[in-house]
Design a binder for this molecule. Structure first.
Ligand code: NCD
Length: 307
């Protein structure tokens, strides 16, 4: 049995296989419509979510399976003081696979110590978000036809943005990737991402506060929300909340085949007129999230011997 806590739990070959499976699901949905008949997915969301939880649930339903769970910690026994370990022990008696989101970094790892079924990290605090990264990789692959030879701009809250951390860890394993990190100094990527991934893997990267200057170089622009809930004070958040706003004007110097991504939810960092630009792919990215989660559910259930 295997869990998914971070993208690096998967080898590059396994990621290729998951993307191939997702592509096959997209091509022939009917073929997979009953593959999870009789199986149950539990979604345990101790933190808010729209896309991640609903796409997990839609994914399991489209595979013929059922879903149970909660979308708010206040609806669970966590509000009575139950530990994550106890909650997971119980839920793993009821479900065949668990997707869990928690505000505390490392909580899904603790869950794996107690679970009798595969646990998928659906986001833990400011740390990681591997299934979003899988959706991102599928999107880049569908748009570019490759996961190598790319200049990727990551913009916004690179300090607290867990999708950014997981995506950097994943992309460090492909050849000829250049990272352009666009953030205010106070919200730059954590040091461990630089030392243990970017520098350790010898990746080319630059840090800048000037989006316009780097725009013409980019193949992918990954915008992110300033993570209000992770700031220590509202004043700190207010200082940064309008740091980078992508609008149609700023896109004038961008490549014709730029791929604009965003894990969503967006606040104001991409103006809505950008949605009509054919390079905007964030809604497709959300749909890809469902397909890659279908591939992940099938694969983890198979690895665990439940399929
Ligand atoms: C992201 C998350 O939860 O980290 N959303 C998502 O899962 N699509 C990004 C965010 O909340 O800003």
């Amino acid at each position: 049995m295997r869990h998914l806590l971070d993208t690096t739990d998967l080898t590059v070959e396994e990621i290729d296989e998951l993307i191939a499976l997702a592509m096959d699901i997209i091509a022939d949905k009917q073929k997979y419509a009953h593959i999870c008949d009789g199986k149950k997915l539990a979604t345990l969301f101790f933190e808010p979510s729209t896309r991640t939880r609903l796409s997990f649930e839609a994914a399991m339903m489209e595979l013929g399976g059922n879903v149970l769970g909660f979308s708010d910690a206040s609806c669970s026994s966590a509000s009575k003081g139950e530990t994550v370990g106890d909650t997971i022990k119980i839920v793993s008696c009821y479900a065949d696979i668990i997707a869990m989101r928690h505000p505390i970094e490392g909580a899904p790892r603790v869950a794996t110590y107690k679970s009798d079924v595969p646990v998928i990290n659906a986001g833990d605090g400011g740390h990681s978000h591997p299934t979003q990264t899988m959706a991102d990789l599928l999107t880049i692959f569908r748009e570019k036809g490759r996961l190598k030879d790319l200049t990727i701009g990551l913009c916004g809250d690179l300090k607290f943005g867990r999708t950014v951390h997981s995506l950097i860890k994943a992309m460090c394993r492909y050849s000829n990737i250049k990272f352009v990190l666009i953030a205010p100094k106070e919200l730059s990527v954590p040091d461990y991402i630089k030392t243990d991934y970017l520098e350790e893997k010898g990746m080319e990267y630059i840090e800048t506060e000037n989006m316009e200057e780097v725009m013409p170089q980019l193949d992918v622009l990954y915008m992110t929300r300033i993570q209000r809930e992770r700031f220590f004070s509202e004043d700190e958040y207010l200082k940064h909340k309008d740091a980078f706003i992508l609008d149609t004007d700023k896109l004038k110097t961008a490549k014709a085949d730029l791929t604009i991504m965003h894990p969503l939810p967006r606040v104001n960092e991409i103006t809505t007129d950008v949605d009509d630009d054919s390079r905007a792919k964030y809604f497709e990215q959300a749909l890809n999230g469902k397909y890659i989660r279908m591939a992940l559910i099938i694969t983890l259930l198979k690895w665990g011997g439940a399929l």
